[in-house]
Design a protein around this ligand. Structure first.
Ligand SMILES: O=C1O[C@H](COP(=O)(O)O)[C@@H](O)[C@H](O)[C@H]1O
Length: 223
């Protein structure tokens, strides 16, 4: 794991967006299409604001989430909604959204059809992850019902997830698929998450799921 500390959140957002864009450009040199996977939640908005305006052949970029909350896409907790509002706009409006949500009662009802769209796009070219103060990443939560399955080396691409720390059912990319990405970044803000990350490095992935994806990771942190 490589940790980059920034003077402030604005600097982080600009620099990280620039790095992600460079990696996508490099991948586009050798692939017809490339896939960028990004987190939802509260942290990535400023990075999306910077990234959506960069010059890139966005028409050849597929954008997907690392995980989604099972709520309609116009719900205020929808990660897809965040993506549409803050990333798939400006120059990046030419990118294609690979959905991690479909209008169904629960993720299990549509998991197979969502997975069908993702499998041909593996390995993911560039992955940006977030982390909660409880050390979950994507929607791989401590204490989740399918935690062991999500951490297994033979896990499917996607799993549904329910956890005490998550108010609604989730769908998540599993750890080994995240680890198969050609480039991996983790975005965290604030002292609480910095301390949580340090703690995670001393714990097992069952206790601290983010620990499962830290090998080869570049962590971007600002207070
Ligand atoms: O619920 C989620 O939480 C994590 C962390 O979000 P944050 O609000 O603490 O930045 C996020 O990475 C994940 O994609 C999201 O679904």
């Amino acid at each position: 794991m490589n940790l980059i500390e920034y003077a402030d959140r604005e600097m982080l957002a600009i620099d990280l967006a620039d790095k992600l864009a460079s990696e996508l450009r490099a991948s586009l040199d050798s692939h017809d299409r490339v896939t960028l996977a990004v987190p939802g939640g509260t942290s990535p908005g400023p990075v999306f604001d910077a990234l959506c305006g960069v010059r890139l052949d966005w028409g050849r970029v597929d954008v997907m989430l690392t995980d989604e909350r099972w709520v309609p896409t116009d719900h205020e907790r929808s990660n897809t909604r965040l993506l549409r509002q803050r990333l798939l706009t400006d120059r990046a409006s030419d990118a294609r959204l690979v959905p991690l949500y479909a209008d169904a009662r629960q993720p299990e009802d549509v998991l197979a059809e969502i997975e069908l769209e993702i499998k041909p796009r593996l390995p993911l070219n560039v992955v940006l992850l977030g982390m909660g103060a409880d050390m979950h990443t994507a929607s791989i939560f401590p204490g989740a019902d399918l935690l062991a399955e999500a951490l297994a080396s033979d896990a499917p691409v996607l799993l549904p997830m329910r956890a005490p720390g998550a108010p609604e059912p989730r769908i998540t990319i599993t750890a080994h698929v995240l680890n198969g990405a050609l480039a991996k970044h983790l975005l965290i803000f604030g002292s609480e998450k910095r301390d949580a990350l340090e703690k995670a490095r001393t714990l097992s992935p069952e206790e601290a799921p983010v620990a499962a994806v830290l090998d080869g990771m570049t962590v971007h942190w600002a207070e």
